[in-house]
Design a protein around this ligand. Sequence first.
Ligand SMILES: Nc1nc(=O)n([C@H]2C[C@H](O)[C@@H](COP(=O)(O)O)O2)cc1CO
Ligand SMILES: [Zn+2]
Length: 172
Amino acid sequence: MEDQEYFMAVAFLAAKQSPDTNSKVGACIVNTEKKIVGIGYNRMPIGCPAGSLPWARDNVDPLNNKYMYVCHAELNAIMNKNSADVKGCTIYVSLFPCNECTKIIIQSGIKDVIYLSDKYHNKTEVIASKRMLDLAGIPYRHFRPSSRKIVIDFDEIEPGLFDNPPADPPTD
Ligand SMILES: Nc1nc(=O)n([C@H]2C[C@H](O)[C@@H](COP(=O)(O)O)O2)cc1CO
Ligand SMILES: [Zn+2]
């Protein structure tokens, strides 16, 4: 698998963990040594019990919609970083960043954005994102993996392991 495909796949694997049933978004931050330094997906803030905040999209009261509360994949990937900073890094995102995430991306020193979906390209948030990225000199590039699917087969690397797992070690 080519590097870009691998990092985009990691972003998509993270997206699968999102509790958002409408848009599952993933982000993967990679440094200049091609090491992953942060991964994130969209979710409610840490510590807010499941079900305590709404997942609705179009309630008349904005306080009853998810948008006030949900932490975007890009924010989480940056906050989850396992390095001192993300200066000079590339962020792989399954969906083009919104304006608020773009601000954080720029301020954090990320220097490259690689995205797959741009389904909200007509929204003011995305138009504003592109304006800021253009002005800041941060390129954003569309990347589409060469194949539609990547299969993760737990049996592939050591055939039979999945069917005949090793005995659990003694617990005493
Ligand atoms: N780049 C992004 N990263 C994200 O994590 N999100 C999140 C916020 C919401 O949880 C969801 C979008 O919800 P919807 O409007 O498609 O039902 O994706 C959204 C965008 C789009 O700007
Ligand atoms: Zn965002």
